[in-house]
Design a protein around this ligand. Structure first.
Ligand code: FAD
Length: 470
């Protein structure tokens, strides 16, 4: 059994943080075991997060384009229909192939994969309850906690994954709901709202705060909200959900202004609760070995990802920082590099964030509000996709690039892009930030024509000088 010989590294959790850490550890020559309870590798991201949501976003976008845009491009279809089971099957196939792919990578890199629920017995021993009802003890010099996160519930609302769903249920509905109410205007709610809106649902997003996606640059957020409204998504901001009643056929929500006031009601066929995510450490036995957490339940770590217990580390959604798959992966690599006696580094200020709606919104670095709050003198350069030839050529020109640079040095502080494929375009900006580039550096870099990327170059020109095409 895997318990007989000691590991250099044990990773608890096989999500993007855990599986990447395990592969990297093995590549560095460390004997490594990864424990995962789900029965499949890839964690939240691959099984019920990033990947299935992007599959459905793509499929629903194709349907929406076929129905509403093909004709203007001279492509005539006599009828367009949604085949939801086929759409779900394509999503499931993508997920299945990718999770199996990670198992293959484990084999290739000689990572031992133990299926089951891991619990600490001591800082160097993990007991695993296997799916078959057995138990095995895995021993290791270093243990990395990569147990991720779970859906945050709301008081008084019971998620049944049928009529009241979390993102997991929203990725697997068996019919298109007539009316979908989304509680929470974060990126997950807006992405899932977009999927079902495109497939025909009337979507209303209820949000307690005054704004959608609070981390977004304010100016870009306003344009983004207008774009979603044009797509018929309705927003009820500064609104609190008081109760949810499932006694009848549908669901009846009782709402109240966030500041207090008269109650109203709202009907829905399906309600998506997407009010955030919380670190997941249930049943792990953190108390038993004395690992410290903060008030939100996140495991506290130092810059080498070490907890207060020597030999025990934590990475990904279970520690403070952006709750994103690529951040979890970076954590995993750096943590293992420290364990191997090397250096590692993750700069949380340069983690890109993407909302995969249409258009997408992608950003890296600081928002204008943050720069203002820091009291830094800055310049802003903007370029609309309406003036970008490629976007015009394909008739998909909604959006803008906004660059914020320090006034004195021209060093780029933040870049915000709303456009089709913004999630791909942003990486030029991520690299620029990492290299401490100025807006002039981007402006003087030759960009291929005609591409959407030229909008970034023109926005850079607008930051320190003048753009050409507007
Ligand atoms: P997780 O992926 O949560 O993995 C943790 C794993 O540990 C789980 O598989 C769990 O079963 C296992 N585990 C927990 N406890 C134990 C235990 N005691 N024993 C054994 N195994 C255990 N992020 C992006 O960057 N881009 C996106 O587009 C994106 N889209 C998303 C869409 C949705 C709908 C959701 C819900 C999330 C999305 N995310 C996205 C967030 C992303 O999924 C997470 O940030 C990422 O999965 C975190 O990785 P992790 O490895 O820290 O944890």
């Amino acid at each position: 059994s895997s318990g007989s010989d000691e590991n250099d590294v044990i990773v608890i959790g096989g999500g993007p943080g855990g599986y990447v850490a395990a592969i990297k550890a093995a590549q560095l020559g460390l004997k490594t075991t990864c424990i995962e309870k789900r029965g499949a590798l890839g964690g939240t991201c691959l099984n019920v997060g990033c990947i299935p949501s992007k599959a459905l976003l793509h499929s629903s976008h194709m349907y929406h384009e076929a129905k509403h845009s093909f004709a203007s491009h001279g492509v005539k279809l006599s009828s367009v229909e949604v085949d939801l089971p086929a759409m779900m099957a394509q999503k499931d196939k993508a997920v299945g192939n990718l999770t199996k792919g990670i198992e293959g990578l484990f084999k290739k890199n000689k990572v031992t994969y133990v299926k089951g629920y891991g619990k600490f017995l001591s800082p160097s021993e993990v007991s695993v309850d296997t799916p078959e009802g057995g138990n095995t003890v895995v021993k290791g010099k270093n243990i990395i906690i990569a147990t991720g996160s779970d859906v945050k519930g709301l008081p008084g609302i019971t998620i049944d994954e049928k009529r009241i769903v979390s993102s997991t249920g929203a990725l697997a509905l068996t019919e298109v709901p007539k009316k979908l109410v989304v509680i929470g205007a974060g990126y997950i709610g807006l992405e899932m709202g977009s999927v079902w809106g495109r497939l025909g649902s009337e979507v209303t997003v209820v949000e307690f705060a005054a704004d959608i996606v609070p981390t977004m640059d304010g100016e870009v957020r306003k344009q983004f909200q207008r774009s979603l409204e044009k797509q018929k998504m309705k927003f009820m901001l500064k609104t609190k959900v008081v109760s949810v009643d499932t006694a009848g056929n549908g669901v009846k929500l009782t709402l109240e202004p966030a500041a207090g006031g008269d109650q109203t009601t709202l009907e829905a066929d399906v309600v998506l609760v997407s009010a955030g995510r919380v670190p997941f450490t249930a049943g792990l036995g953190l108390d038993k070995i004395g690992v410290e957490t903060d008030k939100a339940g996140r495991i506290l770590v130092n810059h080498q990802f070490g907890t207060n217990v020597p030999g025990v580390y934590a990475i990904g959604d279970v520690i403070p920082g952006p709750m994103l798959a690529h951040k979890a992966e970076e954590d995993g690599v750096a943590c293992v590099e420290y364990i191997a006696g090397k250096e590692g580094h993750v700069d949380y200020d340069m983690v890109p964030g993407v909302v995969y709606t249409h258009p997408e919104v992608a950003s890296v670095g600081k928002t204008e509000e943050q720069v203002k709050a820091l009291g830094v003198d800055y310049r802003v350069g903007k370029f609309p996709f309406l003036a970008n030839s490629r976007a015009k050529a394909i008739d998909d020109a909604e959006g803008v690039v906004k660059i914020i640079a320090e006034k004195e040095t021209d060093r780029i502080l933040g870049v915000h892009i709303m456009s089709p494929n913004a999630g791909e375009l942003i990486h030029e900006a991520v690299l620029a930030l990492h290299y401490g580039a100025s807006s002039e550096d981007i402006a003087r870099t030759c960009h291929a024509h005609p591409t959407m990327s030229e909008a970034l170059k023109e926005a850079a020109m607008a930051t320190y000088d003048k753009p050409i095409h507007i």
